[in-house]
Design a protein around this ligand. Structure first.
Ligand SMILES: [Fe+2]
Length: 200
């Protein structure tokens, strides 16, 4: 048989394996709104309910995080600098909560909501205008968003404890509720009319 330099198809493929396989689409490996089986000693039905409510808190927390960034960019006036910094600090803290909540959902065997399209459809936070508002309105909207998250976090924390999902209860109480309560304090104090020089 004559010798040729032609290699087998397999070897030929191997030679170009540095080429990324682009434009791929595949099967869905887990549908949103389901949980996989995991040895967590919490019933699948309880974990499913926890992931459902955690996804609501997640959508609202992502939206609150973004409302903070909007205000961080768009505040103005003589407290601009301190508000600009404070609002970004709260944005970062909400961002940490987003990660904690999302990873809790995955740890429970669920699917965490993630992209803005889905968040916008699911959140209960009132949509702020695309325009720039006065600072008191920006802060009021932030406080209302906090209260919405706190209301659902209290309700869901109790339900999670009753269902035996202590980890979710702990996340909602120790992280979500405590962080949101502290941020409410820091923001609300900026809406108090207080004499700066002359006591009344
Ligand atoms: Fe910034």
């Amino acid at each position: 048989m004559a010798h040729t330099k032609t290699e087998s198809p397999a070897k030929s493929d191997h030679r170009v394996s540095a080429q990324p396989l682009l434009g791929q689409r595949g099967r869905i490996v887990q549908e949103y709104g389901t949980v996989v089986d995991l040895p967590l000693a919490v019933d699948a039905s309880k974990r499913l309910e926890s992931t459902r409510v955690l996804n609501q808190v997640l959508a609202d927390t992502i939206m609150l995080r973004e409302v903070y960034k909007k205000a961080h960019w768009q505040v103005s006036g003589h407290t601009f600098y301190q508000l600009h910094l404070l609002l970004d600090k709260h944005y970062e803290e909400q961002d940490e909560l987003v990660d904690l909540i999302a990873e809790r959902i995955q740890a429970l065997g669920g699917v965490a909501i993630a992209t803005p399209h889905d968040v916008a459809e699911q959140t209960r936070i009132e949509r702020p205008p695309i325009h720039r508002q006065e600072v008191p309105e920006q802060l009021s909207r932030i406080l209302e968003a906090h209260e919405l998250v706190l209301k659902e976090a209290h309700e869901f924390a109790k339900a999670a404890a009753d269902a035996g999902d202590d980890g979710t209860n702990d996340l909602l109480v120790s992280d979500v509720i405590r962080t949101n309560e502290r941020q409410v304090w820091f923001v609300a104090e900026h809406l108090v009319e207080m004499p700066v020089v002359h006591a009344k």
